[in-house]
Design a protein around this ligand. Sequence first.
Ligand code: AMP
Ligand code: MG
Length: 332
Amino acid sequence: MNLDPIKEAVRQAAKLCRQIQTHSLTSSTKHSKEKGYTEPVTLADYGSQAIICRALSQHFPDDAVISEEAGAQFLELTDENARAQVFNLLTNLLDVNVTQDDVVRWLDFGSGRDDAQRTWVIDPIDGTKGFINLRHYSIGVGILDADGQPVASVIGAPGYAENMAEEGGAGMIFYAQDNAAYAEPLAGGEATPITVSSRADNGDVRVVQSYEKSHASKSRMATVREKADLSEAHIYELDSMEKYALVACGDADVYLRLPNINSTRPHMSWDHAAGVALVHAAGGKATDVDGSPLVFSDGRIMPNQGMLVSNGVLHERIVAATQALLAEEAAD
Ligand code: AMP
Ligand code: MG
């Protein structure tokens, strides 16, 4: 499989995101199909997905797609002016005349195909809250094989900087292909193979986690670090699946994602498929809270309880620590 056209689409999508972020950032609230959760959505979410799905329709016309946004919702949540803005930006960026019909067709491309050999799992802007607040965000494209295993991916990380918490980095594209992982500057340049770190000493270890309090429980994750003998670890908080990329390239060693204790919000496959493929290809581990595999074969919603992601060396320690936390919580 040649990922070049998808890497190019992710670059174009990142360009569109930056244009919208600088010139015309407004957001609306969408109600997700899953049990009435609301999420912010911007014109860039639709534009980014349109660009990626257009490339898929051209280069992988028989494949299936699971994606966060949809054509009907785009028409419902945007007014005529906003839509015209998207068509203009896409027309300039893609150098073809883009109509409303095109955008709706691209947004829905590949949905509802159950018997495809390959499924693309797309989050056109992961970390929309970060995007809106000028923090980190990612453009995530994961690829599942016929068994629902994440085997390849492309992740655009426009805010990537070597000093993790910094803003305004030059950005990077991370990708996984044929069991190997690579990083390539977003602005173009050579791809470099990446692998996970081997850091394991309390005090050296770098842990990444969500910035948004509502997305994961900071206190539960602090308890896990303590129980894993990582109480001195450096903590970096940032939005989006860039956290998976940071573990894959060795900038970070652990990514914990434990939901708030009474959260009923499911984990969505587009938030994780691309990241899990990348971390596996870079030699790391990404599992559920008990060390069992993350499950992508159920469609949009994952049945898992949380995500433990590591360089591999630390994995048993964080699984055991998480199990100890869960046992204590169950006894309370
Ligand atoms: P992050 O940037 O890693 O905090 O995660 C971003 C993703 O978290 C978004 O794409 C949302 O799908 C997801 N999300 C939003 N609200 C919640 C929530 N209450 N619990 C868990 N995940 C959430
Ligand atoms: Mg997301």
